[in-house]
Design a binder for this molecule. Sequence first.
Ligand SMILES: [Zn+2]
Length: 115
Amino acid sequence: MAKTDVFGEFMNVSKQAADHAAKLAQLKDDVTAIMEQNAELRMENQHLRERVEELTNRDNAKAAELRGAGGMTKSKQNLEKIYGEGYHVCSKFYGQHLEAGESCAFCLDILYGDR
Ligand SMILES: [Zn+2]
């Protein structure tokens, strides 16, 4: 190998090394930016989870408030009371009197059907 080739080769390898160093620096910046974005998204995700939990708890509290003992809504409790006093609460016979000991499948479905 002639001396000029050796020098030329040295210059080439030096340039490649410089290019690689520049690429590494760029990659480091990119990775840093991605890590920062990742951290921000994690925080945002955490906040959103907390917000969802807060809203879910509020909804559950409201639902529990609407229900009395036995897990029934107040309007269903009223209907159950009316039925217990011997009157139909179904749309088919609403307000009509039940015979003593008689039960109505339509009324029972309205009162307990969705359990
Ligand atoms: Zn009925």
